[in-house]
Design a protein around this ligand. Structure first.
Ligand SMILES: NC(=O)c1ccc[n+]([C@@H]2O[C@H](COP(=O)([O-])OP(=O)(O)OC[C@H]3O[C@@H](n4cnc5c(N)ncnc54)[C@H](OP(=O)(O)O)[C@@H]3O)[C@@H](O)[C@H]2O)c1
Length: 279
């Protein structure tokens, strides 16, 4: 079976560099898709309270028969829960929905700079960590200025920063800041939700080396050192996205893909995004 590299986080815990994302998978489809991914060999699942499918992820992990400690599960604090007590309650709700007694990684989903205070929220994350019920805590969609405040005003350096990264949004500045501070980078929407898969540079490399555009794109992320968790509800793609460790891109091909950067987001700009979902 393909061996997925492990990345060691700044607290010593390890995370598989390739996982399975469940954003925009309907709750009724999530159990089956996650079970499929676990059968293919994925041992890292990325969910969030915002996705509405934590319960089904937990069901799949339980039904898979794989020991809980062999599957790395991430979830995220939703935007409406940034005050301390609300954050602590939301974490309890996440564990309850998943049916777990601990979580591997919990992230602040968005910094929400115009709503509340993400520093206070991070202090609540530190309390969760101190309780022993979450092994690692991190952030998502944090810009360097947001992380700088955490470094200056709190005790725990985030283990990861999960940000949008793909060939049209290479984020080399944010990634360099994270790496310089010992924070692992997670690349969300690694395929730009499919947008980059028709790019002639990527299809050209794929044709030349006999791989698919998705495999070339995911391999580019892996060789840059980022953690990825592509989403798919299609069995053949779940398999395809897992088969990226039996080849390597030449440096020139990595550079050609990096040069496709257009600073083009598929999702919101974290400096401006302050959306709270209706409960
Ligand atoms: N922290 C955040 O704010 C944030 C935001 C967005 C996403 N995320 C995380 O990142 C994960 C991945 O991002 P994403 O779901 O937005 O997008 P993505 O993984 O870049 O792309 C998913 C799309 O690509 C298609 N696809 C997957 N594999 C393919 C392949 N081999 N060939 C062709 N098409 C393929 C899927 O189609 P089918 O499903 O129809 O096969 C789906 O439409 C999410 O699931 C979530 O865990 C986090």
């Amino acid at each position: 079976m393909t061996s997925v590299p492990m990345i060691t986080l700044n607290n010593g815990h390890e995370i598989p560099q390739l996982g399975f994302g469940v954003f925009q998978i309907a709750p009724v489809e999530t159990r089956e898709a996650t079970l499929d991914a676990l059968e293919v060999g994925y041992r890292h699942i990325d969910t969030a309270e915002m996705y509405g499918n934590e319960k089904e992820v937990g069901q799949a992990v339980a039904e898979s028969g794989i020991p809980r400690e062999d599957v790395f599960v991430t979830s995220k604090l939703n935007n409406g829960f940034h005050a301390r007590d609300a954050a602590l309650r939301a974490f309890d709700g996440t564990l309850e929905a998943l049916g777990f007694d601990y979580l591997d990684l919990f992230l602040i989903h968005w910094p929400m700079p115009a709503v509340g205070d993400f520093v206070e929220t991070w202090k609540a994350m530190q309390e969760m960590h101190a309780s022993g019920r979450v092994r690692s805590i991190g952030v998502s969609n944090f810009q360097p200025a947001h992380i700088r405040r955490l470094l200056d005003e709190t005790d725990i350096i985030p283990a990861v920063n999960q940000i949008e990264v793909h060939p049209y949004l290479t984020q080399n500045d944010v990634r360099a800041f994270d790496f310089d501070n010992g924070i692992a980078n997670e690349a969300w929407s690694p395929l730009a939700q499919g947008m980059v898969l028709l790019d002639p540079v990527i299809t050209g490399i794929a044709g030349r080396i006999g791989k698919t555009p998705a495999q070339v794109t995911l391999r580019w992320h892996i060789q840059r050192g980022d953690i990825v968790f592509p989403k798919s509800v299609t069995h053949s793609r779940i398999v395809e996205n897992f088969e990226i460790f039996d080849f390597a891109l030449e440096t020139a091909d990595v550079e050609a893909i990096t040069a496709l950067n257009r600073s083009e987001r598929t999702g919101p700009n974290p400096d401006e995004f302050n959306w709270i979902p209706k409960s």
